[in-house]
Design a protein around this ligand. Structure first.
Ligand code: ADP
Ligand SMILES: Cc1ncc(COP(=O)(O)OP(=O)(O)O)c(N)n1
Length: 269
């Protein structure tokens, strides 16, 4: 059984964070483990509270998992502070994790900050160079690039290239926040080539946890031995199905449907 670990925040509402990651790992047939960096009191209406865990607590979780079970890939999500980022980077280095997917989570859809402003420098300088794949959305890529505006596919390509130059092997800029009414395009740069992953833009408000689910799927596929362009291709199909059949639970922005790909017998074309 291949294994994947998520180091991220808990979403009590079940649509994003650790919960989305573990559901995705299960659906992609890898054994999922976790280390929780912060608890959030969260639902479809937004984030009501953020409770970061101590360095000691996060370190103990990572050590417990990696010293015994091990892993074929790690995905990081909400890391909240510069000190947690430093700790996680040290641990990934200590356990020589190769397949690291970094989702540089900064702000929840409702606007709640999930990363302290001053931690962006630590993210850029300490964590990004360790990544196999980094998956920023447009605002996150803009922040990593010191406030740059990214509004076109050409600007996404340049941003992917500039972030890749900071050290990770590859960068996928996610296009969920792009202005287009019709298509949702993600751009991968692997240091040599650009790949575009294009899907229809699904008209739904229930998109809570899209970024977490997408990056967790990439980690699961890398764990199984897929190369980066293949892993991103599968993740794009998986998230598109999850959004197409997203769930109207709660009174706000509902979660994606992690079982959609399997329940509707979809496959990668
Ligand atoms: N309405 C939509 N229709 C189809 N795909 C979407 C839609 N919204 C987001 N996506 C896809 O979901 C994935 C996550 O993107 P995005 O929503 O930008 O991330 P985040 O949740 O980090 O903001 C990407 O593959 C993106 O193209
Ligand atoms: C605990 C936690 N982690 C990450 C997020 C952000 O998830 P994302 O997939 O970007 O989804 P939205 O918040 O944009 O819906 C989160 N909300 N909570």
């Amino acid at each position: 059984m291949y294994k994947a670990m998520t180091i991220a925040g808990s979403d009590s509402g079940g649509g994003a964070g650790i919960q989305a990651d573990l559901k995705t790992f299960q659906e992609r047939n890898v054994f999922g483990t976790s280390a929780i960096t912060a608890l959030t009191a969260q639902n479809t209406l937004g984030v009501q509270g953020v409770y970061p865990q101590s360095l000691e607590c996060v370190e103990a979780q990572v050590d417990a998992v990696l010293s015994d079970i091990g892993t074929d890939a790690v995905k990081t999500g909400m890391l909240f502070s510069a000190s947690l980022i430093r700790l996680v980077a040290n641990k990934l280095d200590e356990y020589q994790v190769n397949n690291l997917v970094i989702d540089p989570v900064m702000i929840a859809k409702g606007g709640a900050p999930l990363l302290q402003e001053e931690a962006v420098v630590e993210l850029r300088e300490t964590l990004l160079p360790l990544g196999k794949v980094v998956t920023p959305n447009l605002p996150e890529a803009g922040k990593i690039l010191d406030g740059r505006k990214i509004e076109t596919i050409e600007e996404m390509e340049q941003a992917a290239k500039d972030i890749q130059a900071m050290g990770p092997e590859a960068v996928v800029i996610k296009g969920g926040h792009l202005g287009s009414e019709e298509r949702s395009v993600d751009v991968l740069y692997d240091g040599e080539r650009f790949f575009h992953y294009d899907s229809e833009r699904i008209s739904t408000k229930h998109t809570h946890g899209t970024g977490c689910t997408f990056s967790a799927c990439i980690a699961a596929e890398l764990a199984k031995g897929k190369n980066i362009p293949e892993a991103v291709k599968i993740a794009k199909y998986y998230i598109t199905a999850a959004i197409r059949y997203s769930l109207n639970v709660g009174n706000g922005i509902g979660p994606t449907n992690h079982s959609a790909y399997r329940l509707h017998s979809l496959s990668v074309k």
